[in-house]
Design a protein around this ligand. Structure first.
Ligand SMILES: [Fe+2]
Length: 406
């Protein structure tokens, strides 16, 4: 602890956070206040079909802006999509960005911003390669899910289909959105499966950032409240999609868990899910959610007091338990939550047990393995993957048990 305490830590967020039920009506004024006149609106076809793009264009036009739409974003956005967006931005002479959608649209917009300012291809700006020395153009990020927290993080995750990896871009305030405009009502019509996966992603951000070596008091504070909201409201948002109180708190949980990153990265669950997501095109939230409990089970030995506090934040009875038992209660809860939210198994997400050695090597090579609460290497990842596959096989049995309780 003394060694960690001597490491200089800092927290910086350049993002203005604006939020309310109905906040989308303020989108035009927020963009105009950044002197944007012709924003590139980055989104996906799901948002177009749901009518949310039209809802976003109304306040932009009402404020006198002349928006241009780039609606080709798909899940796990790749290098070509980002580079193509940057070329479109320049050919249309845009002067700012609006992202509306899940983490894929927001990450794509951040990537477009990096390429517009620095030139070349987004592949050059993988973390550790070319520096991002200048701030991206004004970006207003409007999340329509409650999960990635990308509206406030200093990262974008981009897929390289040739190398079959997802790589991180950022770690600097220069990539952050200028405004995060959070309107929880936009998530009301999300399918239950998307609510579950994205909500588990937010919970994973909070738990990983709270237990990684990089934690500091500010990130602890936001991570713990994010866990508290997830513990109280994730099941409700899943069970009652229209419940605005649950949607509001999950949107706040996602934002707080995004702030919990600071300038640092998440942990082993993300080292696994991001590398695996480059191998098979699986939804990030469901994949990360499926891996969270096995990673917690592996990790709690390294930080028992922190894992005991996680149990408390999730609303579990830990007050009169010894620290080891309290830590285990949190792990068991997340295993059960994974089943109650019907998170798909790794097999259902497209993976097979034969891929465990490959997936484990990739996770061990990911920079998010550094600072894990427990020493972890490829052999350990094989054990964690084996547990995750095993938990998925017991899905049906667990679901039967859950029904029997109710
Ligand atoms: Fe994530």
């Amino acid at each position: 602890m003394a060694v960690l305490d001597s490491v200089l830590k800092a927290y910086q967020s350049p993002t203005r956070m604006v939020h309310a039920i109905g906040a989308l009506s303020a989108l035009g004024d927020e963009a105009a206040s950044l002197n944007v006149k012709r924003p590139l609106v980055v989104t996906d076809q799901g948002i177009v079909k749901a009518g949310l793009l039209d809802e976003a264009l109304k306040p932009l036009r009402a404020a006198g802006l002349d928006p241009v739409t780039y609606d080709q974003v798909r899940a796990n956005p790749g290098i070509a999509l980002v580079d193509g967006g940057a070329r479109y931005y320049q050919s249309e002479r845009c002067d700012g960005l609006v992202a509306i959608g899940g983490g894929s649209s927001i990450d794509a917009a951040k990537g477009i911003g990096v390429v517009v300012v620095h030139g070349g291809s987004i592949g050059q700006y993988e973390w550790g390669k070319d520096p991002i020395h200048s701030r991206i153009p004004p970006l207003v990020a409007v999340p329509t899910t409650a999960g990635t927290g990308s509206e406030v993080t200093l990262w974008a995750v981009i897929t390289d289909p040739d190398r079959k990896v997802k790589f991180n871009v950022g770690g600097t305030p220069n990539i952050a959105s200028w405004v995060a405009l959070v309107d929880p009502s936009l998530s009301v019509n999300l399918p239950a499966g998307v609510t579950a996966g994205t909500g588990m992603d937010a919970l994973t951000h909070a738990i990983e950032c709270y237990t990684m070596a990089y934690h500091q008091p500010f990130t602890d504070a936001v991570a713990l409240l994010a866990m508290e909201y997830c513990g109280r409201y994730l099941r409700v948002a899943y069970a009652q999609g229209h419940n605005l109180e649950a949607r509001y708190h999950m949107s706040m949980a996602a934002m707080l868990a995004g702030l919990a990153y600071g300038t640092d990265s998440a942990g082993a669950a993300h080292a696994m899910s991001q590398t695996a997501g480059g191998v098979h095109d699986a939804p990030h939230g469901a994949l990360t959610g499926r891996l969270l409990a096995p990673v917690m089970e592996y990790n709690y030995a390294g930080e028992p007091e922190r894992f005991a506090r996680i149990g408390s934040a999730l609303g579990l009875e830990v007050a009169n338990k010894p620290v080891w038992k309290a830590a285990e209660v949190g792990v068991e809860y997340v295993y059960q939550l994974t089943e109650d939210l019907d998170i798909p198994s790794l097999n259902e997400l497209g993976f097979s047990e034969e891929e465990i050695p490959l997936l484990s090597e990739k996770a061990a090579a990911d920079s998010q393995s550094v600072g894990n609460p427990r020493d972890v290497d490829a052999r350990n990842y094989e054990k964690i993957y084996a547990r995750a596959f095993e938990a998925g096989r017991h899905r049906r049995a667990a679901r039967t048990l859950a029904h029997a309780r109710t």
